[in-house]
Design a protein around this ligand. Structure first.
Ligand code: NDP
Ligand code: 2IT
Length: 453
């Protein structure tokens, strides 16, 4: 290590220590910051301007974190109170953009880790979108449509003060899909008295949504992994795939992987996983999850040859060629990563945000497993959200294949830019470093150009 490397490393370490001190107990946020900062050492070392302009100190501090009370009345007439969040992390390259998560685990740490990641991910897409994220500790499980509507209306009543088509554009994430976006869009429209279609993405096709947005994250992740495989002379054709989760991202990852000739043998929810050696029947999963909002355990009632196992973590004990974690953060720990490697996994593509722990990532990289990090591999969703914003601005809609083609091109570009950045900065093949650096440079240079703000 030369002198510049040492001082870059010290700088990164001191910024990280300040983040930990300033944001106590926010483990997920610390983890996301650590992963990104450590991989920026070569770029900081080569370009001292990023130290001179205090880029790292600024980039780890959200522009704004909004928290608010969300009161609503349940079906029994009882008043319930949840907490709402929106982090507006970085708007240097475009309006804040990022999803809303409704899950009981949501807190400031989760929202900040997601918003921080989103800043780099959105930069990687090549679209003019900044980083934001939000949500609530509301648990949609078991709630009636009426309860969901009353909650989302209350949530939007407060959130509407801070968002807009040119300022901040939320979308879905865990627990927020077409139904919730519809209710929130209706409430926003009612409060504003105008049809500002570009204020939310993931809308229904009949009122400003984009074709292929529903499919975009899952399809995009598979397109990304396909690029990694092709570079090594491999493909999805004939491979065995394990996908965790059974929500929006998982369903369309399963669909695209299957279309490309893979056999997806397992998927899961937070209670457990199903293993179907004949290949997961996606019609059943979609009906159970998209229509009936049922548990994945129901799958075996229709497919008795399949096996249901209680507990979702064990899904990674299933031998596979390709693993696509599409459920939630830290679902692949170091032990699961080791097992996957022992069982011969060739590629891992992160459909979820931060699904692999830092030591889990090390296991994959040191064993030469092709590894597609979340902010690159799952960027297809937000990329098509940006295309939805474009269509809303034009008051025009593209055909499905037009959006899908653009998505495919975007994913190829993200792959190429990440590979190139990794090579340029001395980490050939390491897409964690490559994606972080490629995403960082655009944001950091725009921050320098726009002065100390
Ligand atoms: P959904 O709510 O549609 O599905 C989430 C799935 O993950 C469900 O099967 C759910 O099971 C499971 N899950 C959620 N929390 C946990 C948990 N704590 N432990 C185990 N399983 C869990 O969400 P999405 O498919 O939209 O999101 C999945 C992941 O992809 C998230 O990390 C999200 O941030 C990320 N992502 C989503 C994008 C999008 O466009 N939607 C874009 C980019 C990333 P259960 O039903 O039991 O809760
Ligand atoms: O994590 C993500 O990129 C998303 N949940 C999608 C965000 C968006 O604005 O479409």
């Amino acid at each position: 290590m030369n002198e510049a490397d040492v001082s870059a490393k010290d700088y990164v370490q001191s910024v990280y220590e300040t983040v930990v001190k300033r944001n106590p107990h926010e483990q997920e946020f610390h983890q996301a910051v650590k992963e990104i900062l450590e991989s920026l050492v070569p770029v900081i070392s080569k370009h001292p301007k990023y130290i001179e302009h205090g880029i790292l100190e600024r980039i780890v501090e959200p522009e704004r974190l909004i928290t608010f009370r969300v009161p609503w009345v349940d079906d029994q007439g009882k008043v319930q109170v949840n907490r709402g969040f929106r982090v507006q992390f970085n708007s240097v390259i475009g309006p804040y953009k990022g999803g809303l998560r409704f899950h009981p685990s949501v807190n400031a740490s989760i929202i900040k880790f997601l918003g921080f990641e989103q800043t780099f991910k959105n930069s990687l897409t090549g679209q003019p979108i900044g980083g934001g994220k939000g949500g609530s500790d509301f648990d949609p499980k078991g709630k009636s449509d009426g309860e969901i509507m009353r909650f989302t209306q209350s949530f939007m009543t407060e959130l509407s003060k801070y968002i807009g088509p040119d300022t901040d554009v939320p979308a879905g994430d865990i627990g927020v899909g077409a139904r919730e976006i519809g209710f929130m869009f209706g409430q926003y429209r009612r409060l504003r008295g105008g049809h500002e279609a570009g204020v939310l993405t993931g809308k229904g096709i009949g009122y400003g949504g984009s074709l292929a947005r529903t499919e975009a994250t899952g399809y995009g992740a598979v397109y990304f992994v396909n690029e990694m495989l092709q570079a090594e002379g491999l493909s999805f054709e004939g491979s065995t795939v394990v996908v965790s989760g059974s929500g929006n991202v998982a369903i369309y990852a399963i669909q695209k992987a299957t279309q490309l000739g893979a056999k997806v043998v397992a998927c899961s929810d937070s209670n457990g996983y199903v293993y179907d050696e004949k290949g997961i029947n996606l019609d059943t999963v979609r009906r159970l999850k998209e229509e009936q909002r049922a548990r994945i355990s129901e799958y075996v009632k229709e497919h008795p040859h399949a096996v249901y196992v209680e507990g979702c973590e064990k899904i990674w004990t299933i031998p596979c060629d390709i693993a696509l974690p599409c459920a939630t953060q830290n679902e692949i720990d170091v032990n699961s990563a080791k097992l996957l490697v022992e069982n011969g996994v060739k590629a891992v593509g992160e459909g979820a945000n931060m699904p692999t722990t830092l030591d889990g990532i090390d296991v994959f990289l040191s064993n030469k497993v092709l590894f597609g990090p979340a902010k690159a591999a799952n960027a297809g969703g937000v990329a098509v959200s940006a295309l939805e914003m474009s269509q809303n601005s034009m008051r025009y809609s593209w055909h499905f294949h037009e959006v899908d083609d653009k998505l495919h091109t975007i994913m190829k570009n993200i792959y190429r830019n990440s590979v190139q950045a990794a090579e340029e900065y001395g980490y050939p093949g390491n897409l964690v470093v490559g994606a972080n650096i490629a995403g960082f440079i655009k944001v950091a240079d725009a921050m320098i150009a726009q002065g100390v703000i």
